[in-house]
Ligand binder design. Structure first.
Ligand SMILES: Cc1ncc(COP(=O)(O)O)c(C=O)c1O
Length: 475
């Protein structure tokens, strides 16, 4: 059968589909408006990875990759990982989707995860792992484990500016009106409290009565919230309070875990001993999707015990390619001592950002960081008094224009999904040091060109502003 206009896989492999055509087709058949907005800003790509840490745009301009939303521990297409995957595909005779059988790859990754975990959380030596295909799915699993373990409790506590994902369960504990409002009613029982406020937590648990609280779900540092670290002792006290009452604690380590913040597990570093831990992003080495929900044995058995062991499942979780890449990724993180490197480089990076912020306070109001999770908070580009009703849009404009200006300066960065004025740098944990230094030179050059935030607006070509304006009006 001939399908007109059908694009053969080899054409894409051999780069015969031009970047222009790829973008056109993506806009036409994909998330058109998102791509259109990126295109207006001139940051839509598609990009090629010319080294694991550098991207090239269709015009041949190279930029340092500090984006990827913390899911690229080794950069893009890191040869030791891609070569290993090629060997697996060539040599392994393991079945790809072993849902109804044991799997050596899955067994090895589970075992390694628990061994690594129990070095940092000794109480997890006999915990069990459930694999899925994204961070949000790992959170869905965690919510279901918690509910199964405390069936009479009804409330799930999470925090302001939290980000746990966008499927319905995880969205219910991601308090962001833009993402939630259209989808109400959400999963009932979600309660939002101020992040880092232990007294508010204690009071709320007393008010709801502890038996009615299923779990507290917490990011040890809020990534999408703009790299917010809770006050010292908050997580430890949260854990002690919950354990006293039998309330479960879920640590969402999807963004922070496996070295990003300079620790293997940020919650352990802050003295928390959670009952359930979620991992995703870097576990897939930047190459494949792997989510993991790790729960104490008794909790695991409550949901997946005996004849009910299929009560929660998915088709692709634990598939061979994902497990092989996950196994190798974890091994490389250990062998290359990357959490330690992330801490060391992170301190240097934060120091550079602090100096840039101090020199350009009218551009950046604040910088923050933990390991290689680094944040720059920008000043508003317009006074909110100018457009009082458009406060959110004005905030967002700061980070969108900062993203564009960084792009122009040669750095690919991340927006923050729950914090409008923050742009994050999340470079690979193994980025070469000279490139790492160059990245900050470029951030500094960007600041030099925009000593006040409003300059970012003045430097944006009028055509781009016009298109952005009409784009905003039509949404
Ligand atoms: C802390 C945290 N949890 C959950 C998620 C959702 O992960 P995913 O985008 O893979 O669904 C994210 C994604 O940014 C995250 O940062």
């Amino acid at each position: 059968m001939a399908v007109s206009g059908f694009i053969r896989a080899d054409e894409v492999l051999h780069e015969q589909l031009s970047p222009q055509r790829a973008l056109e087709l993506d806009v036409r058949y994909g998330n058109a408006d998102l791509l259109t907005a990126l295109e207006i800003l001139g940051v839509a790509g598609p990009f090629r990875a010319v080294t694991p840490w550098e991207l090239e745009d269709p015009r041949g301009v190279r930029r340092i990759q500090a984006g990827g939303y913390a899911a690229l521990p080794f950069g893009e297409n890191y040869p030791p990982l891609t070569q290993f995957l090629a060997k697996v595909l060539e040599a392994s005779r393991a079945t790809g989707l072993p849902q109804q059988a044991s799997s050596a790859w899955r067994a090895a990754l589970q075992s390694n995860l628990i061994r690594l975990l129990s070095m940092h959380y000794p109480s997890h030596a006999d915990s069990q792992v459930f694999f899925s295909n994204s961070g949000t799915e790992a959170i869905e699993g965690a919510i279901k484990f918690a509910r199964a373990a405390r069936p009479r409790a009804q409330h799930l506590i999470s925090f302001n500016s939290a980000y746990h994902g966008k499927t319905l369960g995880s969205l219910s504990v991601t308090p962001n009106a833009e993402y939630q409002d259209m989808f109400r009613p959400l999963v009932p029982g979600a309660v939002t409290l101020p992040y880092g406020d232990f007294d508010a937590l204690r009071a709320k648990i007393a008010e709801l009565r502890p038996d009615n609280v299923t779990a507290v779900l917490v990011e040890p540092i809020q990534g999408e919230g703009g790299v917010i670290t809770p006050p010292e002792g908050f997580l430890r006290r949260l854990g002690e309070l919950c354990h006293t009452h039998g309330i479960l604690v879920i640590a969402d380590e999807i963004q922070t875990g496996l070295g990003r913040t300079g620790h293997w597990f940020e919650s352990a570093a802050q003295g928390l001993d959670p009952d359930i831990i979620t991992l995703a992003k870097p576990l897939g080495g930047g190459l494949v999707a792997v989510g993991a929900t790790i729960a104490r044995k008794w909790i695991f058995k409550k949901m997946l015990g005996g004849l009910a062991s299929k009560r929660h499942s998915n088709t692709f979780g634990g598939n061979t390619v994902a497990m092989a890449v996950g196994l190798k990724s974890l091994e490389m993180l250990i062998d290359e001592n990357l959490p330690e490197r992330s801490r060391r480089l992170g301190e240097l990076g934060l120091e550079r950002l602090r100096r840039i912020q101090a020199a350009y306070p009218e551009l950046m109001s604040e910088v923050r960081g933990a390991g290689l999770l680094l944040a720059m908070q920008f000043q508003p580009v317009l006074s909110h008094r100018l457009l009082r009703s458009q406060d959110e849009l004005i905030k967002e404009l700061s980070s969108i224009l900062a993203l564009r200006e960084l792009h122009v300066a040669g750095v690919q960065a991340n927006l923050s999904l729950s914090s409008k004025r923050v742009v994050r740098l999340t470079p690979a944990l193994n980025m070469p040091e000279d490139l790492f230094a160059t990245m900050f030179d470029r951030v500094e050059a960007m600041a030099r060109h925009n000593p006040q935030a409003w300059r970012m607006l003045a430097r944006t070509p009028p055509g781009v502003l016009l298109k952005l304006g009409s784009f905003a009006l039509r949404s």
